[in-house]
Design a binder for this molecule. Structure first.
Ligand code: XMP
Length: 512
C-alpha cells in the first residue's frame, strides 16, 4: 500500500515510541516507526517531513550504544530528539553528556527560557512535564542554545533553528506532560509544515482504491476471527470488491457463550458477503487431549487452525488473494520491519498465502493503530458492540482453563464468564478486559447438606490502555457478591469463587 508523507519515528526501544506515533496521528499527521538501525535508503523511502528520535533505555556513552546513520542530520528535514534521542543528537554533535546529580523521574516543573522558539510558541512559561532520565546534556553542541531548564537539568530542551534540530529531555507524548501536545503540534506544523490530512475517511477512500487496483477482477478470501481487526478488514474489502469477498470463520470450540452465532449474525447482517462458518470444535478438542502446558496449547491451536483453514479454502475452490487484519503494532512488534527486534511473533496464519497458491496478501489495516481501526470500523458502519468488544485471545477459553482441558471444565469457564459479563454490564462498570478462569484447584465445600469437592473459579477484571501493563478494577463488593452467588448457584462443578487482585506486572492478564 502506498503511504502518505508524514513523520518518521526512529525507535531506540523506548516504552513510549508507539505513543509518540499515535500522538502525531492524533494531530492529523501520518506517522511511521522504523528501528534506529534503519539505513538511509529505508529512511528516504518514507519521504519524511520530519524525524523524531525516540527515548530508549541505553546511555549514549555505552560502548555499543544504539546510534543512527549520521546522514539523518544532513537530509535537511527537521529532527526532534526526545530524551535518549536528544542526548544522541547532542552527542553526535560533540556535546557533553553526564550522569545528572539527581535522577529525575515523574512530574517535573520545566521553565521555558525561549518563548520565541518555534518549538515552544504559545506554551506557558512554566509547565509540568514528565521526566524519566539518569543522563543529561551538560554542555551544548555548537550552534545550539538552551530553550528550557529544570532545577536539576540545566538543559531540558535545546534548539538549532538554523538546521531545524531540536531536543527535549522530557516526554511531550505522555498525558502527564501538561502541554506536550502543544509542543508536538509546534514541531509538526510550525517546523515541519505538515498538514493535518490524516483522517480515517481519507484512509478508507485511499485504501479502497488500492484494494481495487490490487485485486482487479479477482476474488479474495479472508479469515474472520470475530475480533475487531478482521471485521474491519472485511468491511473495507466488502466496500472495495463486494461479493467477490468470501469470509471463513473457524470455530475452535473455545469461544465464549453464544459468541460464534453473534459473529455470524452481526457480520452477515451488516455485510451480505459469503461467510463460511466451520465448526471444528471436535478436532481441536481431540488435538488438545492431555496437553497442560500453555505454550503447547497455543501451538497446537495455531497448527490446527492452519490445517482447517487450508481444507476449507481448498473446498471452496480457487480464490486469488488472501486477506488478514494485521495492524500496525503487529507489524512493528513482529520484526517485519528490517532491523527491528522481534518482541512477539505475530499470531497470523504464517505461510498460508504462499502454500495455498494465492497471488497476493492483502493487509488493509497494516498502517493503523487499534484506536484508528475502531474509528474506521464505525465509519464503515460496523455496530459499536463489535467495534468496542474487549480483546479475546486467539486460543480462547482453552487458555482460561488451567492445565488439562475437559469438556466439563470448558463449560464451567464459559458459563461463569457469561454470568460475570452480564453482571459487570448490568452494573455499568468500566473495565478494559474481564473474564473468569478455571483454576486447577479443587476444594471442599458444603452445599445443602452435601459435602462437595469441586473447582475454584477466579474472576479477573483489569483496566489498561495498551495491555502491556494493567491495573485491577476495584469491583464493588455488592457486584462481587452477586457474581459469586450466581456462579455458585448456576454453574455446576464449582464451589468457590476467588478475586484476582494482581496487577500486570508481576502477573500477566491471562493466567496462561
Ligand atoms: P497477557 O496475558 O500477555 O495478555 O498479559 C495481554 C493481552 O493479550 C491477549 N492475549 C492473547 N491474544 N493470542 C491472542 O490473540 C494469545 O495467545 C494471547 N495471549 C494473551 C490477552 O487477552 C490480553 O488482552
Amino acid at each position: 500500500m502506498n503511504q502518505p508523507q508524514g513523520i518518521l519515528i526512529l525507535d531506540f526501544g523506548g516504552q513510549y515510541t508507539q505513543l509518540i506515533a499515535r500522538r502525531v496521528r492524533e494531530c492529523g499527521v501520518y506517522s511511521s516507526v522504523l528501528p534506529y538501525a534503519a539505513d538511509m535508503e529505508a529512511i528516504r523511502q518514507e519521504h519524511p517531513l520530519g524525524i523524531i528520535l525516540s527515548g530508549g533505555p541505553a546511555s549514549v556513552l555505552d560502548s555499543n550504544a544504539p546510534t543512527i546513520c549520521p546522514g539523518v542530520f544532513e537530509m535537511g528535514v527537521p529532527v526532534l530528539g526526545i530524551c535518549y534521542g536528544m542526548q544522541l543528537m547532542a552527542h553526535l554533535h560533540g556535546a557533553l553528556i553526564e550522569r545528572g546529580q539527581q535522577r529525575e523521574y515523574g512530574r517535573t516543573l520545566v521553565s521555558m527560557d525561549d518563548m520565541e522558539s518555534e518549538l515552544l510558541q504559545g506554551m506557558k512559561a512554566t509547565n509540568t512535564c514528565w521526566m524519566s532520565h539518569t543522563w543529561q546534556v551538560t554542555k551544548l553542541p555548537s550552534g545550539f542554545k538552551t530553550i528550557a531548564h529544570t532545577p536539576n537539568c540545566p538543559i531540558a530542551a535545546m534548539s538549532n533553528p538554523f538546521r531545524r534540530l531540536y531536543g527535549v529531555q522530557f516526554h511531550p507524548e505522555v498525558t502527564h506532560s501538561e502541554e506536550g501536545m502543544k509542543l508536538l503540534q509546534n514541531f509538526l506544523f510550525n517546523i515541519c509544515h505538515a498538514s493535518a490530512d490524516w483522517t480515517m475517511e481519507a484512509y478508507a477512500e485511499r485504501t479502497i482504491d488500492q484494494i481495487r487496483e490490487q485485486v482487479g477482477d479477482g476474488t479474495v478470501l479472508l479469515g474472520l476471527s470475530g475480533g475487531v481487526d478482521s471485521a474491519v478488514a472485511a468491511a473495507l474489502l466488502y466496500r472495495a470488491i463486494g461479493s467477490r469477498l468470501t469470509c471463513v470463520y473457524v470455530d475452535h470450540g473455545f469461544m465464549r457463550s453464544a459468541e460464534s452465532d453473534e459473529v455470524v449474525n452481526i457480520f452477515t447482517k451488516t455485510f451480505p458477503v459469503e461467510l463460511k462458518a466451520v465448526d471444528a470444535s471436535e478436532r481441536f478438542f481431540t488435538a488438545l487431549q492431555g496437553v497442560t502446558e500453555p505454550e503447547q496449547k497455543r501451538k497446537i491451536i495455531g497448527r490446527e487452525f492452519v490445517d482447517v483453514f487450508k481444507e476449507v479454502s481448498l473446498s471452496l475452490g480457487k480464490r486469488d488473494h488472501f486477506a488478514q487484519g494485521t495492524i500496525y503494532p503487529d507489524v512493528i512488534e513482529s520484526g517485519s520491519i528490517k532491523g527491528s527486534a522481534v518482541i512477539k511473533s505475530h499470531h497470523n496464519v504464517g505461510g498460508l498465502p504462499a502454500e495455498l497458491g494465492f497471488t497476493s496478501l492483502i493487509e488493509p489495516l497494516r498502517m493503523l493503530f487499534k484506536d484508528e481501526v475502531r474509528q474506521l470500523g464505525l465509519k464503515l458502519g460496523l455496530p459499536k458492540s463489535l467495534v468496542y468488544r474487549q480483546p479475546f485471545p486467539g486460543p480462547g477459553l482453552a487458555i482460561r482453563v488451567i492445565g488439562e482441558l475437559t469438556r466439563e471444565k470448558v463449560q464451567i469457564v464459559r458459563d461463569s464468564d457469561r454470568i460475570l459479563r452480564q453482571e459487570i454490564e448490568a452494573a455499568g462498570i468500566k473495565a478494559s478486559q474481564y473474564f473468569t478462569v478455571l483454576t486447577g484447584a479443587k476444594s471442599v465445600g458444603v452445599m445443602g447438606d452435601e459435602r462437595t469437592y469441586a473447582y475454584a473459579v477466579a474472576i479477573r477484571a483489569v483496566t489498561t490502555d495498551d495491555f502491556m501493563t494493567a491495573d485491577v478494577v476495584r469491583l464493588p463488593w455488592e457486584t462481587i457478591d452477586r457474581i459469586s452467588a450466581r456462579i455458585i448457584g448456576e454453574v455446576s462443578g464449582c464451589n468457590r469463587v476467588l478475586y484476582d487482585v494482581t496487577t500486570k506486572p508481576p502477573a500477566s492478564i491471562e493466567w496462561e
